[in-house]
Design a protein around this ligand. Structure first.
Ligand SMILES: C[S@@+](CC[C@H](N)C(=O)[O-])C[C@H]1O[C@@H](n2cnc3c(N)ncnc32)[C@H](O)[C@@H]1O
Length: 369
């Protein structure tokens, strides 16, 4: 048995060496992610993508950075095999570096479903409040979403942006044919998007369904400001409005044809109160859609193929954020389907249906009244 083998004394030197190797590889990964963070935030990749091949002075001049730092980063990126160097033997300052074409989409093209630049910002955001996090682990208190700062907020916005603009309206909502038909029809359907963050889900739905009106709700002020800016830039601000509100606010009023919560219920201190509010907003005829992480049905030592990541977010961010209010359900990112079912039933939904959408990270739940 794998677990017994793992715990047995036999072969312990080999296990030790494999573990040492694994931690060294993990450290390499951490350095890669944080050096990518520098490249994203300082505009290095954009400049390289636009400039063909650049020397360190050219990169520094185009990004308003210091040549010596730019040169160290270029060399590091080359050794880590993200960048290519054209003239390895030349003097350090004469070397020309370029970003391989295949990587431009991943590091620069924010419209691509393959863009992972925001992941580096999310990781940086997750460790931004480390001292507060250590204290929280001792006191049992939480750490607020705002304390995770701009990288968490903008990284979260960026990582889901293309999914919301390219898959949500095109593939996910049509998986509920009655809802899809209602959103296409007149009079204009109304959507409430709870925990909307930077608003890309609201904007994506408005772009795909040209009549709908969307209200996005979030309790993070900076996210609401960003969402308003994003909606204005996308040209949908006449149909998409954002409101600074708590999802569990019993005063949330209105009647909506669709009420959504994307990747946020597990972050909420009071998910049942939020679901009750969603149920109220949906009335007797509206639909409710919850999108959450595709974690396994139950805890197993091996986890499923995304739990390594979801537990990672959870220990650093989602659980502490969910504990920032008192009382808290203390859910964490690994919210199993049974937990969601329990919350939904407590909030007076009748049944929970998993929609037939295959997504690597997400599972889509339709909550029935
Ligand atoms: C992980 S982010 C997801 C944002 C967005 N839905 C997305 O998918 O990109 C979680 C969001 O939930 C919001 N949130 C957490 N608790 C909330 C509550 N009680 N009411 C409203 N928003 C809440 C946070 O402010 C944050 O913007």
């Amino acid at each position: 048995m794998e677990s017994q083998d793992f715990l047995s004394a036999g072969g312990s030197a080999q296990k030790r060496d494999e573990f040492v190797e694994r931690l060294l590889k993990a450290t390499r990964g951490v350095f890669e992610i944080f050096s990518i963070y520098l490249g994203v935030r300082l505009g290095f990749y954009e400049a390289l993508a636009a400039g063909g091949s650049l020397t360190s002075s050219e990169l520094a001049a185009r990004t308003d950075t210091h040549e010596r730092y730019a040169r160290e980063w270029l060399e590091q990126q080359t050794v880590t095999q993200i960048l290519a160097v054209e003239n390895e033997q030349a003097d350090a300052k004469a070397r020309r570096f370029r970003l391989p074409k295949a990587y431009v989409e991943v590091l620069v093209d924010q419209d691509s479903l393959n863009c992972l630049a925001p992941l580096a910002r999310l990781v940086a955001g997750a460790v931004h409040p480390l001292p507060a996090l250590l204290k929280a682990y001792q006191s049992g208190d939480g750490v607020s979403y705002a304390d995770y700062g701009v990288d968490m907020r903008e990284g979260q916005a960026g990582i889901n942006r293309a999914i919301f603009l390219k898959q949500l309206g095109q593939e996910w909502l049509p998986a509920m044919p009655d809802v899809h038909a209602r959103l296409l029809n007149q009079p204009p359907a109304r959507i409430a998007d709870v925990g909307c963050g930077a608003g890309w889900s609201s904007i994506g739905m408005a772009q795909q369904y040209p009549h709908v009106r969307v209200d996005g709700f979030d309790l993070d002020e900076a996210s609401i400001d960003l969402a308003r800016k994003n909606a204005a830039e996308a040209g949908v601000e006449d149909r998409v409005q954002f409101h600074l509100r708590h999802a569990g606010d019993p005063q949330l009023a209105g009647r909506y044809d669709l009420v959504t919560a994307f990747e946020c219920l597990h972050d909420m201190a009071q998910p049942v109160a939020a679901l009750k509010a969603m149920r109220q907003l949906a009335g007797e005829t509206g639909a409710a859609l919850i999108v959450e992480e595709r974690v396994g049905e139950r805890f197993t030592a091996a986890g499923n193929d995304i739990e390594w990541m979801m537990y990672g977010w959870s220990v650093l961010h989602c659980l502490p954020v969910g504990k920032a209010e008192n009382p808290s359900a203390e859910t964490g990112a690994v919210m199993r389907p049974d937990t969601l079912r329990r919350y939904a039933l407590e909030a007076s939904f009748r049944t929970v249906e998993v929609l037939p959408i295959e997504h690597f990270f997400f599972r889509l739940y339709r909550l029935h009244l």
